[in-house]
Design a protein around this ligand. Structure first.
Ligand code: PEP
Ligand code: MG
Length: 594
C-alpha cells in the first residue's frame, strides 16, 4: 500500500508521476535574528542592497525566457521587479539596520511585518494579492541573505511542484519543461495555478489539505488529475498500474485529437458550433490545433492584470486586430472587462468590499469607469473591421444595464465615425447570462441583444450560493442540479423565441456528461477550453438529437442531483461504449491500485 492517498480538486486532467519538489515552503523557517555592531552597520546595509540587486537581476533574466503562453506571468515578474526597485521596502529595512542595528534579513522581515500590519486589516482581494507579492519578493531577498535558496539544480527531470499557494512567477522560474504536475493547498478551479496548468495541459490538483504533513521533498508521487488524488510513495504494483494508465490516457488523447478538425455534427445531422475560451491572444494556436471553430469567449481582463499601468487604446487595438485577423473568417467574441470579484487592477485597486463577488464587478465596474470602458469599446470596434468580431457584456442583471452599455457603444461608434476610423457597423452585441435575475427576465433581455452566452461558472455560484473559488464548499458546486438545468433551459427557450442564438461558455460546456443534455435543449454553440474541444466534438458526433431530447425530458422530471447523475451515467453507458471502456479500465486500475 502507498504511504498516503490525499484528495483535492482536479483543475487539469491527466496522470503525472514524479518526485515531490516543494517551492515557496512559506518562508524561511529559521530566519537568523541578531544585532550588528555599529562599525558593521554600513556593510550590513550594503549586504541588503546587494541582495535586492541580485534578485532583481535574476528576475530580469527569468523574464526574458518566459514562454509566450505565459505572458501574463511575465507581467507578474515585472511587478516583482518594480517592487524590488521601489525604495519603500529596502528603505524601511535599511532604517531598521541603522536605527536598531538589526541584521539585514531580520530588518527586512520587520519592514514586511510593518506593511502587513498596515494593510492586513483591509479586506480587499487586490491588497491581499499585493501583500503576497511583497512576501514573495522578500522571501527571495532573505534567501539570498541567508543562503537558503531553493536549489533549482536539485529539481529532477520529473518534478511535481508542491506549494502552499503557487504564484505563476515561481513556476516560471522552475523551468516549466521539467514540471510534470502541480499540487497546492490553496485555490479553486479558477486560481492562477489552475488556469496555467490547463493551458499547459499539466495535471494539477488544488485544495489539498495538510499537504506539508503528508508529503516530503523527494517523495515519489502520482498525481491523478482524473480521480482528483495524489498517491504518496506508491508500491511497485501501484506504480505499474498508474504508468499503464498514464500511457493509456495519452494514447486516448492522441486518438481523439486526430479527428478534431471534423465538424461538430450529431449522428443525425444537427450542427453545433464548438468554440474556444481563451485568456490570452497567444492561445489561438492551441484553439486551431484542437479544432476550435472560433473564439466564443475571450476573457479580455487578463491583459489588464499584474501590471501597474493600464493598456491604452493603441495597445489594445493592436492586440485585438491581430486576434480578429488571425481567426478571420472564424468568429471572435470579445467579452468586455470582467474586473472585480477575484480580478483587480492596480489603477483602481483600493476598493474595499465585504463581498466582492457581489460587488462592483464586470459591467458594473465598467459603467462606473466609463473612460476605461470606452477605451476598450473603441479598440474592439476597431478590430471589428478586420474580422468576424462580436462583443459580449458580462454580469448583466437588467434591461437598464445593457441599454447603458449600448449607449456607450453608440458613443464610441460615433467618435470613430467622426474620426474616419473603420469598424463593422453590424458588429453583433450579446450578453452573458450568469445571474438568476437575468434568467428570469431573459425574454426582455433577448429583445435588446443579438445573442446570449450562458456563463454557468457564475450562474451556479449565484444561484446555489456557493463561492466558485472556495474548496470548502466545492461539493455543492453542481452543474447537474435541477435548478441549474431548469435555468439553462429557460434561457435557451427565451433566446429561440426571440430568434437569437444562445451559446454556453462555462465549464459545463467541457463536461461530457452535460453536453447531451445541452444538445437536447437546442443550444447553438459551446465554448470551452481548447484542450477539451476534441473530446467534446467526439461526443457530439456520436449522439443523435432524438436521444438527447429524450434524456433531457427524463432529467427535467428529476428532483435530485443524485437521480440526474444516475440517468446521465446510464446514458453514457448506453451511447458511449468507447468512453465507458476507457473510464472503466481506469476505474478497475484504481480499485487494484488503492
Ligand atoms: C462563467 O461565469 O461561466 C464564465 C464563462 O465567465 P468567467 O468564468 O470568466 O466568470
Ligand atoms: Mg462569469
Amino acid at each position: 500500500m502507498a504511504d498516503t492517498v490525499l484528495s483535492g480538486i482536479s483543475v487539469a486532467t491527466g496522470i503525472a508521476i514524479g518526485k515531490a519538489f516543494f517551492v515557496n515552503r512559506n518562508h524561511i523557517a529559521h530566519l537568523p535574528r541578531y544585532t550588528v555592531a555599529a562599525k558593521r552597520v554600513e556593510s550590513e546595509v550594503s549586504l541588503l542592497h546587494d541582495a535586492f540587486a541580485m534578485v532583481e537581476e535574476e528576475l530580469a533574466a527569468t523574464r526574458e525566457h518566459v514562454p509566450v503562453e505565459l505572458k501574463d506571468y511575465g507581467l507578474l515578474i515585472d511587478t516583482h521587479i518594480l517592487m524590488l526597485k521601489d525604495p519603500k521596502l529596502s528603505g524601511v529595512a535599511e532604517g531598521y539596520i541603522r536605527s536598531l542595528g538589526l541584521n539585514a534579513a531580520w530588518a527586512l522581515e520587520k519592514a514586511v511585518s510593518d506593511q502587513e500590519a498596515a494593510f492586513g486589516a483591509i479586506d480587499d482581494e487586490y491588497i491581499r494579492e499585493r501583500m503576497q507579492d511583497v512576501r514573495v519578493v522578500a522571501d527571495k531577498v532573505q534567501a539570498k541573505l541567508t543562503g537558503e535558496e531553493i536549489d533549482l539544480e536539485a529539481m529532477s527531470g520529473r518534478a511535481i511542484i508542491m506549494a502552499h499557494d503557487l504564484t505563476p512567477a515561481d513556476t516560471v522560474e522552475l523551468q516549466v519543461d521539467k514540471i510534470m504536475g502541480f499540487v497546492t493547498v490553496c485555490g479553486g478551479k479558477t486560481s492562477h495555478t489552475g488556469i496555467m496548468a490547463r493551458s499547459l495541459a499539466i495535471p494539477a490538483l488544488v485544495g489539498v489539505d495538510k499537504l506539508e504533513d503528508h508529503v516530503h521533498d523527494g517523495d515519489l508521487l502520482v498525481v491523478d488529475g482524473l480521480a482528483g488524488k495524489i498517491v504518496v510513495n506508491p508500491t511497485e504494483a501501484e506504480l505499474e498500474d498508474y504508468s499503464e494508465r498514464a500511457v493509456y490516457f495519452e494514447e486516448y488523447t492522441r486518438k481523439i485529437k486526430r479527428r478534431c478538425q471534423l465538424p461538430a455534427e450529431t449522428f443525425d445531422g444537427s450542427r453545433v458550433q464548438v468554440l474556444a475560451n481563451i485568456e490570452l491572444v497567444e492561445e489561438v494556436a492551441a484553439v486551431l490545433d484542437n479544432g476550435g471553430e472560433g473564439v466564443g469567449l475571450y476573457r479580455t481582463e487578463y491583459a489588464y492584470l499584474n501590471r501597474t499601468e493600464l493598456p491604452d487604446e493603441e495597445e489594445l487595438a493592436e492586440k485585438y486586430i491581430d486576434l480578429a485577423a488571425i481567426m478571420s473568417p472564424r468568429k471572435v467574441v470579445f467579452r468586455t472587462l470582467d474586473l472585480g470579484a477575484d480580478k483587480f487592477i492596480s489603477a483602481y485597486g483600493e476598493l474595499s468590499e465585504t463581498n466582492p463577488a457581489m460587488g462592483l464587478r464586470a459591467i458594473r465596474f465598467c459603467l462606473k469607469h466609463p473612460q476605461l470602458f470606452k477605451t476598450q469599446l473603441r479598440a474592439i470596434l476597431r478590430a471589428s473591421a478586420y474580422g468576424n468580431v462580436s462583443l459580449m457584456v458580462p454580469m448583466i442583471s437588467g434591461v437598464k444595464e445593457i441599454r447603458q452599455a449600448k449607449s456607450w457603444l453608440a458613443q464610441a461608434k460615433a467618435e470613430l465615425r467622426r474620426e474616419g476610423v473603420a469598424y463593422d457597423p453590424k458588429m453583433p452585441i450579446g450578453i452573458m447570462i450568469e445571474l438568476p435575475a437575468a434568467v428570469m427576465i431573459a425574454e426582455y433581455l433577448a429583445n435588446e441583444v443579438d445573442f446570449f452566452s450562458i456563463g454557468t461558472n457564475d450562474l451556479i455560484q449565484y444561484s446555489i450560493g456557493v463561492d466558485r473559488t472556495n474548496h470548502h464548499v466545492s461539493y455543492l458546486y453542481q452543474p447537474l442540479h435541477p435548478a441549474t438545468l431548469r435555468m439553462i433551459k429557460l434561457v435557451v427557450d427565451a433566446a429561440h423565441q426571440a430568434g437569437i442564438e444562445v451559446s454556453l461558455c462555462g465549464e459545463v460546456a467541457s463536461d461530457p456528461c452535460c453536453v447531451p443534455i445541452l444538445l437536447g435543449m437546442g443550444i447553438d454553440s459551446l465554448s470551452l477550453t481548447a484542450q477539451a474541444i476534441p473530446g467534446i466534438k467526439r461526443i457530439i458526433r456520436q449522439v443523435n438529437m432524438h436521444d438527447c431530447r429524450m434524456l433531457l425530458k427524463d432529467v427535467l422530471e428529476c428532483r435530485t442531483v443524485g437521480r440526474i447523475n444516475t440517468l446521465v451515467m446510464d446514458n453514457i453507458f448506453t451511447h458511449f461504449p468507447d468512453e465507458v471502456s476507457f473510464f472503466t479500465s481506469l476505474l478497475e486500475n484504481d480499485e487494484a491500485g488503492s
